[in-house]
Design a protein around this ligand. Sequence first.
Ligand SMILES: Nc1nc2c(c(=O)[nH]1)N[C@H]1C(S)=C(S)[C@@H](COP(=O)(O)OP(=O)(O)OC[C@H]3O[C@@H](n4cnc5c(=O)[nH]c(N)nc54)[C@H](O)[C@@H]3O)O[C@H]1N2
Ligand SMILES: Nc1nc2c(c(=O)[nH]1)N[C@H]1C(S)=C(S)[C@@H](COP(=O)(O)OP(=O)(O)OC[C@H]3O[C@@H](n4cnc5c(=O)[nH]c(N)nc54)[C@H](O)[C@@H]3O)O[C@H]1N2
Ligand code: SF4
Ligand SMILES: [Mo]
Length: 729
Amino acid sequence: MTADRGKQLSRRDFLRAAAATAATAFGAPALLRPVQAAGSGPKAAWESRFSACDMCFNRCGLIARVENGTVVKLDPNPKFTKSRGMLCARGNAGIAQLYDPDRLKYPLLRVGARGEGGFKRISWDEALDLAASKLKELGDTYTRCGTLFTAGADLQSQFVSRFAEAYGSFNVTSHESLCLLSGTRAFLDTFGEVPFPDVLNSRYIVMAGANRLEALVTPDSMDLVTAMQRGCKLVYLDPRFTKTAALATEWHAIRPGSDMAFMLALAHVIIRERLYDEAWISEKVYGLEQLAEHVRPHTPEWAEAETGIPAADITRIARELAAAAPEAMVYPGRRTSDYTDSTQIRRSFAIVNALLGNWDQPGGLLGARAVGLRSVPLDAPWYDDNPPERVDGGMAPMLFEHDGSFVLTREAVLSGKPYPIKGWFVFKTNPMATAPDRERTRAMIEKLDFMVVVDITMSDTAYMADLVLPAPSYLERLDPASGLQGSSACACVVWRDPVVPALYESRPVFDIVKGLAARLGLAEHFDFTVEQYRKRQLGGLPGAEQALVKDGVYYNPSKVYGLYDRQAHKTLSTKIEIFNQRYAQLGLDPLPVYTPPKNPPAGRFRLVVGRDATVTQSSTQNNALLHEFTPENTLWLHPDAARGLGVKDGDMVLVESVVGKGELRAEVTAGIRPDTVYMLSGFGVLSDGLSLIKGRGASINALLESGHDRITGNAAMHETFVTVSRRAA
Ligand SMILES: Nc1nc2c(c(=O)[nH]1)N[C@H]1C(S)=C(S)[C@@H](COP(=O)(O)OP(=O)(O)OC[C@H]3O[C@@H](n4cnc5c(=O)[nH]c(N)nc54)[C@H](O)[C@@H]3O)O[C@H]1N2
Ligand SMILES: Nc1nc2c(c(=O)[nH]1)N[C@H]1C(S)=C(S)[C@@H](COP(=O)(O)OP(=O)(O)OC[C@H]3O[C@@H](n4cnc5c(=O)[nH]c(N)nc54)[C@H](O)[C@@H]3O)O[C@H]1N2
Ligand code: SF4
Ligand SMILES: [Mo]
């Protein structure tokens, strides 16, 4: 019974553990016991072991307490400044992921029709022999590029990329084109690199489309709280009243898709009132005159009509932001998979920062600090018959070469053009639940001859596969080193040693690709162990290995501010480019041009995505501890809208878009605009292997239409209108 499963670890136990964690996070002495030393006393021996959390991509440092070979508690590593000695609710719940009875336990081969859920247990040798022979056959028939490789955020994802390259496919995608690539592009094409916001030292932050107190990014989330305690002002724009809105100095329920209008109006006021530092601009910035011309019509009054934010507030915010600059910022944001002009929207964020000189000095945006890890080179073979470029090549003008675009790749697989893709290797990512338009992902999968998924549970994507391979969770793995940057907080290196041995028959993806390489005559490209690989990565960092063993983290004391005092920016003009010359050459708008978002037609609502502090994308809903906090998703609906529909709080509603539908409970709340609805992702699953959440809530990704950012091909997930109607009880 699913209900019993949740009770194995009760919420009360969890809260007790979490409270103890919070206490030790701030009372560090309890943790400064020598790690690795066995505990003594009448009870069983215990040990503490370092690791890095993997309940989301932040990789916060942790110390696991192991008793008799069982992990009983996870604590924050107080020496880990990136996470400011914090483990969030999800981090604490890592134990329930490790010991989840729904874990995949051995290799599974599909029997029966795809997606029906029939699988049989096979041995690892059978599984690897089968995968290798399929990869060989696919390569011979469709070229090596006929197989797509998709890996999520993981320290071992680099081994999947390495394997893809050695095998000969350059069709590799990651979760990133469902996430932040348009923002990455925007800042890269303005500053020449992707900045890290120095939230801790900031005095004034404008934050739009970034729910930083629920969508946790370390150190930014903790630093935001500290900065605000020290007097930093937070201006927050979000169509929803989130926890960040609740704590912000001011919240504006901006009309979705109109952020660029707000930013252009800030630039208008800053230029009109000459609130910028002329000397800094003439030395560092290219394109002020063009911008001045461009934003002349974009008055605060104009922006008020677009955004719904009063002109007087926009003018005041521009002045306050400029007065605090350069210890101020328009926060770059992270998940930008919003609209079809996301890159240009985020360019407008970057431009306001450039205009105010919020760059390379305390409290603004910072260049990436040196971490110093070496990459391990690969001398990949050349395959003459391969096509000239990625399957999505040319489908968007500025794709990232390594990540491409998942939604455009999906179109290419569906059409078979420019060439067929018939194989898919998926590691630690769940596009059936996280890419927009689930039916389209399913249709893409129907086109494949062979699909293998490496996961820890039977995700909706694994559920559709031919071969499902069980992976160990982060607490069971030996992982390569990874560099982490967190503004002024750190430039550091982490790795993972197993806290406990791998459970069941699970095998790390390193062993999987190494096993495939051996079977495909590519063994020379994996002629190392993970330990040897790590030594090569750390080759240029004397003392790093000792620090990792002693503290669980190595810090590179690299320069934090003034990186660009004598360094050119990596742009065509070698300056910060407000006016982007390369865009002009490519026929793209060199300055962000505002197109008003469509308003939902009568009877429809714009559907937006967003996060909850107790849930990670699609991967923690079935975690027994976290499930108690968030057992299902709800549809946020404004009281006025609810009244018009005859819907009461808690009613079941049917939500429909042009691509899908779903039923879930309505949550009637004034914390959302009347023209907008919202639901959390990762519910409404198809898989029978997720016992706690099967049959609960609805899938937002089944409803989301599949748009993409015109410049990068990043998914544009906020371009969907839905209808809502009440279901009989
Ligand atoms: N707890 C938790 N933390 C996480 C994650 C997680 O899954 N759970 N995931 C991590 C990952 S991968 C990422 S990328 C980051 C994401 O970090 P964020 O991008 O901060 O995350 P979201 O919650 O998606 O925030 C987007 C917010 O934008 C609002 N919004 C929607 N449309 C508009 C608009 O047009 N204008 C404005 N101004 N706002 C709009 C939404 O209501 C939502 O609150 O979070 C990371 N941290
Ligand atoms: N509706 C909606 N869609 C979204 C978003 C949203 O806010 N709303 N956010 C978007 C963003 S910002 C992002 S980054 C993407 C993320 O999308 P994904 O990359 O799909 O991330 P997750 O949903 O976390 O899925 C991770 C998968 O890895 C598995 N897994 C977890 N740990 C391990 C492990 O140790 N080993 C292996 N092999 N597998 C493991 C999990 O079971 C899960 O199936 O989603 C995007 N899609
Ligand atoms: S933010 Fe939370 S879930 Fe993410 S790595 Fe840190 S502790 Fe783990
Ligand atoms: Mo993301």
